[in-house]
Design a protein around this ligand. Structure first.
Ligand SMILES: Nc1ncnc2c1ncn2[C@@H]1O[C@H](COP(=O)(O)OP(=O)(O)OP(=O)(O)O)[C@@H](O)[C@H]1O
Ligand SMILES: Nc1ncnc2c1ncn2[C@@H]1O[C@H](COP(=O)(O)OP(=O)(O)OP(=O)(O)O)[C@@H](O)[C@H]1O
Ligand SMILES: [Mg+2]
Ligand SMILES: [Mg+2]
Lengths: 256, 256
């Protein structure tokens, strides 16, 4: 089982969109995928169409702060091979509640590895912050995907998430690796996108994924149908690129 | 002095862009504007071109957690009538540090009203979360502007920020009002934008600003020059719309 955190404290860069659509792409390629929604907003939970009533009962808070094993909280989605541990309403308070708890940074890790989960790949969707929910995700993960919008303000924050990954690697999780930086919402008509890509490949080299996700309206429409873009508009450029990203990942993992 | 928090826990919806460009627009219209950057990312601080060395010394953490009066931390920008209390590197730890402090929700308010500030309007830029930094901003403010991206996932979170405003109004700040919901990154060519606008005006009526901010590449380029879009591309649609929004606000305040 490979556990990947999808993290970046900058808001709106495509974390949820990547966790759900890369997850769905790997699921189409016959991998069993589990998403863990650690964002109190619960966007990944509604993106895959989980009923809010179901999420009220089965959610990650019940395991992170409560005493339920994670395997009991897994909910199947209508997409084959794709399941989720939803976010629930209580998660909003978890950040403050965790401050005074034992092992506050590694509770998710303990739960993820407590019992076998029927999954080949786990994606943890993180909130736009570097607080205890994201630290729990980074402590539990083997690697991190950092989505990065091709915008100036998003570039500014890249140093901080990479530093935080380094800090977690040296103190809490020595095997944590950067899986890759993913360029999202790339707009070929706009200079800024090309400048950001050039700058990034120059400074970071091979940790930037070859696959770049274009800005694509089908991607932004798909959550309103509660379906990954592969199910909503499988021939759209957005769907095709997330599938390419999944293939790029599988090739990389086979080489190791 | 009118204090307005710019808040929404959804990431990347245009909070910083609105605080800086609406601030600059009111500054052009002869109002003295102060921005308080309460986001550890410090995007507003760099957007107005503050030197990181200056921000390391003069920043809101020094007043929120430290013992310096806010008036001593104000930094002038190169834009007339626009100044800022920057965010600094320590702000990232403030969320956890505040948990165990006295009056943890109202420390910013105490500092804002401790000594007279040479400002007609104060905008507080909030991080993408509903934690103690945002609660401090809501407790200190007279009203809140809620930027909303014309996207499905952004619509989902609107209920939560409006509930949080209601909660702060009933417990910490009885005079807190919604100044308005601002539609941002509106793309006229895309159905989703029109649907979101229609839906919103139907359900929320007059609390939605008449002015809608279009998606405009000049807006996303301006932060890389450390200048509000009015200084970078004053005739662009983005600059014109933020100026229109400033006029809409001033007309509304004059009617009261
Ligand atoms: N490639 C894309 N093309 C068009 N729209 C996109 C794309 N990727 C994401 N979006 C849209 O942009 C918005 C932000 O994406 P998303 O919510 O996935 O980001 P996030 O990083 O998870 O945000 P947050 O920081 O709030 O958790 C959403 O409305 C989403 O539908
Ligand atoms: N009207 C617009 N047209 C084009 N780009 C925009 C517009 N408004 C904001 N942007 C760009 O979109 C991105 C998100 O905007 P911004 O950073 O202001 O949002 P935010 O809500 O402050 O994000 P965060 O949640 O991370 O604090 C930025 O790169 C910004 O330059
Ligand atoms: Mg998200
Ligand atoms: Mg911001």
């Amino acid at each position: 089982m490979k556990v990947i955190a999808v993290a970046n404290q900058k808001g709106g860069v495509g974390k949820t969109t990547t966790a759900v659509n890369l997850g769905a792409s790997l699921a189409i390629l016959e991998k069993k995928v589990l998403i863990v929604d650690m964002d109190p907003q619960g966007n990944a939970t509604s993106y895959v169409g989980v009923d809010p009533e179901v999420a009220r009962e089965n959610n990650v808070y019940r395991s992170l702060i409560g005493d339920r094993p994670l395997k009991d909280l897994v909910v199947k989605t209508s997409f084959p091979n794709l399941s989720i541990v939803p976010a629930g309403p209580d998660l909003a308070g978890a950040e403050v509640e965790l401050v005074d708890l034992e092992r506050r940074e590694t509770r998710l890790r303990a739960r993820l590895y407590e019992f076998p989960l029927d999954a080949d790949v786990v994606f943890i969707d993180c909130p736009p912050s570097l607080g205890l929910l994201t630290i729990n995700a980074l402590s539990a993960a083997h690697s991190v995907i950092v989505p990065l919008q091709c915008e100036y303000l998003a570039m500014e924050g890249l140093g901080r998430i990479l530093e935080t990954i380094e800090m977690v690697r040296s103190s809490l999780n020595p095997s944590l690796d950067v899986e890759g930086v993913l360029l999202t919402m790339f707009d070929g008509r706009n200079n800024l996108s090309h400048q950001v890509e050039e700058e990034l490949r120059k400074h970071l080299g091979s940790i930037v994924f070859d696959t770049v996700i274009p800005r694509n309206v089908r991607i932004s429409e798909s959550p309103s149908f509660g379906r990954p873009v592969l199910m909503y508009a499988y021939s759209s450029r957005g769907a095709v690129k997330y599938l390419e990203l999944a293939e790029e990942l599988l090739e990389k993992w086979q080489k190791r």
